[in-house]
Design a binder for this molecule. Structure first.
Ligand code: SPV
Ligand code: MG
Length: 432
């Protein structure tokens, strides 16, 4: 029997996969190179089914004699090992990013006179529709919680956007754009203390208490499936923090970030304009340790936020704290800076990368917003949080509308700022 190689992700098996595998079966014994979870996360999103689960499904499809891991997008290393007589692929890879891989496959097949067979792409399969249906089914708290760690440890970097109510949660969940043949979307949500407080018309000084923040979180939980990172401010008293950890973990939050400040907390972007006191290293480490002991699973991440650069306490202090917080058991470090040239962050990363013990690094590039995700990623940063952009863009639009109505004593002139009534009525479907 001839050998036929087919690479696929097979995350949601549909008739398109079966068409390809049927064609492959006609040519010989089918070996499937199944994309590993890491590969799928790298080019798309968290797989719905894990590798072992997908493997079980694919192994049981007629004609498939073996399933092997395809652990990079490029099939060439696997092809050299197997030397198949045929490689089968949908004919949708002739354009865009996949074209390069196609060229490499054609080249390597020449080494043993193998053939590439391209089968017509199955029309009428809408992955986005299938995904929509999965979204409607929802997610368990446990699955949601785990998904952040999985994403952090398998993607070069992840991008997170703030959400402060159900509607903004939906925007983070569903917004997608296509660029260079790839679909881009946000990996998760940040429940910012600044945005949650501002949306409630309150200052960002830990005045909005946990119960009220849980209302916001619940609103978002009800309509989304992506992982959530909670801005935990200072974490409060250690005795209170342990309860916060338990509550958030139970709800399926993925992480809490606490900042090493004490006393009346003010927003970090005020910098030294207001009095902000940093906690002692010893006390903050005690808080981290208590949080770690309180959580039930290691899937819930406790991330420590260093405020040394905000408070102008120096780079040495920032690095010293990073070391201490990692030793105390932090699952991640967030370094914050309000300098707009990005130099502090670059320098911190340079020193951080020399540490022997490192954990994922988180940044909030509000002030140094000229830096691209790739530039940040090259510095070794793993999590990029766009911390306040939805509320900052919505507020000026709303104020402008209010003023326009006042000035014109009617709403006609303001309607150019507004989406049509029909669209707002249909924005949220009435049934799922
Ligand atoms: C928040 O979004 O509430 C933060 C980040 O804590 S920052 O506002 O930059 O301090
Ligand atoms: Mg905050």
């Amino acid at each position: 029997m001839k050998k036929v190689y087919v690479a696929m992700s097979a995350d949601i098996i549909h008739q398109g996969h079966l068409n390809v595998l049927n064609e492959a079966r006609k040519l010989g014994n089918v070996i499937v190179g199944l994309h590993t979870d890491k590969v799928i996360r790298g080019y798309w999103r968290n797989p719905i089914m894990k590798y072992e689960e997908r493997k079980k499904v694919v192994e049981n499809i007629k004609g498939v004699i073996e399933v092997i891991p395809q652990d990079i997008l490029n099939q060439v290393p696997n092809l050299r090992k197997i030397k198949p007589d045929y490689v089968l692929h949908g004919d949708d890879w002739m354009e865009g990013d996949q074209r390069e891989i196609r060229d490499k496959v054609i080249e390597v097949l020449k080494e043993w006179d193998g053939k590439l067979v391209e089968v017509p792409y199955t029309k009428g399969v809408s992955i986005s529709k299938l995904e929509e249906q999965l979204y409607n089914i929802g997610i368990t708290p446990e699955q949601r919680m785990k998904s952040l760690k999985e994403l952090i440890y398998s993607k070069k970097h992840i991008r997170i956007l703030e959400a402060h109510n159900g509607l903004t949660g939906l925007i983070v969940e569903k917004t997608k754009v296509e660029k260079d043949g790839k679909v881009k979307e946000f990996d998760g949500m940040w429940i910012s203390s600044l945005c949650d407080s501002t949306a409630k018309g309150k200052p960002d000084i830990e005045l909005v208490d946990l119960t009220s923040r849980l209302n916001t979180i619940n609103e978002i939980l009800e309509v989304t499936t992506k992982p959530i990172i909670v801005d935990g401010d200072t974490g409060g008293q250690i005795e209170h923090f342990v309860y916060t950890v338990k509550t958030l973990e139970r709800l399926g939050m993925s992480a809490i970030i606490i900042e090493d400040k004490t006393g009346l907390k003010k927003n970090s972007l005020f910098g030294t304009e207001v009095t902000q006191t940093q906690d002692t290293i010893e006390h903050f480490c005690e808080k981290i340790r208590a949080g770690r002991e309180a959580r039930v699973t290691s899937d819930f991440m406790i991330i420590s936020r260093i405020e040394s650069l905000i408070a102008k306490n120096g780079m040495d202090d920032a690095i010293k704290r990073a070391k201490a917080y990692i030793e105390a058991g932090s699952d991640g470090i967030m370094i914050h800076s309000k300098e707009s040239d990005g130099r502090e962050i670059i320098e911190f990363c340079r020193l951080y990368n020399k540490l022997e013990n490192r954990v994922p690094l988180v940044v909030v590039p509000t002030s140094y917003n000229f830096m691209t995700e790739n530039e940040l990623s090259e510095l070794g940063i793993n999590v990029i949080i766009y911390a306040n952009h939805l509320i900052r863009s919505a507020y000026p639009a709303m104020v402008d509308t209010a003023k326009t109505i006042l000035l014109n004593e009617r709403s006609k002139e303001a309607s150019i700022n507004c989406m049509p009534i029909k669209e707002i009525l249909n924005l949220i479907p009435s049934s799922i």
